[in-house]
Ligand binder design. Structure first.
Ligand SMILES: [Zn+2]
Length: 84
């Protein structure tokens, strides 16, 4: 037993950011924070179940609007950017 708590390795792009989950991240959660010029922040990438839990937690904390986007693991060169 180690007397200290090791920091977990950063989750890979495909993995749910929930500690110890290990499932594939299918959803990326965003939140818009009211006031302060409506910042949009990424809460993280999670599996579906954890995306909902984490989203609710973030909404409770920030009172913002939640957005769920499909997390495409290998979409780096295949991004359909929404041009506003
Ligand atoms: Zn998960």
């Amino acid at each position: 037993m180690t007397p200290w708590i090791a920091m977990p390795p950063p989750p890979s792009l495909n993995e749910c950011a929930w500690l110890g989950c290990g499932h594939v991240a299918q959803v990326e959660v965003f939140i818009t924070v009211p006031g302060s010029s409506r910042r949009v922040g990424s809460v993280g990438r999670f599996c579906v179940g954890h995306a909902v839990i984490r989203g609710i937690q973030a909404q409770t904390r920030h009172h913002g609007q939640l957005w769920y986007c499909p997390a495409r693991p290998q979409a780096r060169h295949h991004i359909q950017a929404a041009s506003n």
